[in-house]
Design a protein around this ligand. Structure first.
Ligand code: PGA
Length: 241
């Protein structure tokens, strides 16, 4: 595992954007999965500013990490809405290269197998960028997640339901999520964990310094030898060194 700590959010986001662009220059047809949430907004901003559709992302395939069941692209606060508006639309990425779960589908199991097969067909994920939830989740791999899981539907942890309200302008019922599984995230060629802010420092410490445990799903990312953790100093406050 590599740990990279920067003074603030902007510098952390910029450094990660630069590393991603460097990887893309080495493999133009990369399969990328980018988390939604508040944390990656700074990263998306730098990518928007520095990348152009004609070169950086022209051959990439984009995979969605997760979605709130019952919400779609039009719903402000959904993962799809955020990644489309902050990155995919500004960069003019064509629909055929975007593969998100349809969390409005009546057959969510089919959605899971569709995405699992597509990732396999395309040769697996090359780059995954993840955040950490306050409870240690990655995507919607909640505490108690399983290492062998591919895409699946899950009843959300209470912490996720409560914290998740911050994405919505009015109280929204959140009960289930659809997500890529730890198996897919761990087998990505490059895994980046991006965490900023002091409120995440306790979970960062548990993720990086305590024994790997499925109670803190993010800690399992340490099983991927190519994990790189990007932190700002605030998120790193409680780390030993
Ligand atoms: P956040 O979400 O970036 O909005 O804090 C992280 C997560 O829940 O994975």
């Amino acid at each position: 595992m590599k740990l990279k700590i920067f003074t603030d959010y902007e510098k952390t986001s910029t450094a990660l954007a630069e590393e991603i662009m460097e990887l893309l220059s080495l493999k133009l047809n990369s399969n990328i999965c980018l988390a939604a949430g508040d944390t990656p907004k700074g990263l998306f901003k730098v990518l928007r500013e520095r990348a152009t559709n004609t070169d950086t992302f022209s051959q990439c395939e984009f995979f969605g990490l997760d979605e709130w069941v019952g919400l779609g692209r039009k719903d402000k606060g959904s993962c799809k809405n955020l990644v489309y508006s902050e990155l995919l639309e500004p960069l003019n990425i064509s629909e055929e290269r975007i593969h998100f779960f349809d969390a409005l589908s009546e057959n969510l199991e089919q959605e899971c197998s569709k995405i699992d097969s597509l990732i396999d067909e395309k040769g697996g994920l090359d780059i995954v960028v993840l955040g950490i939830g306050m409870n240690g989740h990655v995507g919607f791999n909640e505490p108690g997640a399983r290492l062998e899981s591919g895409s699946h539907v899950i009843e959300l942890d209470e912490v996720t339901k409560t914290v998740g309200q911050k994405y919505f302008s009015k109280k929204t019922k959140l009960s289930h999520g659809i997500t890529l599984g730890l198996k897919q995230l761990l087998s990505s060629k490059h895994v980046f964990l991006l965490v900023c802010g002091k409120n995440k420092s306790p979970i960062v410490k548990r993720t990086l310094e305590e024994a790997i445990s499925l109670e803190v799903p993010a800690s399992n990312l340490r099983l991927n030898e190519d994990l790189t953790v990007y932190l700002d100093e605030a998120a790193a406050t409680l780390l030993n060194n």
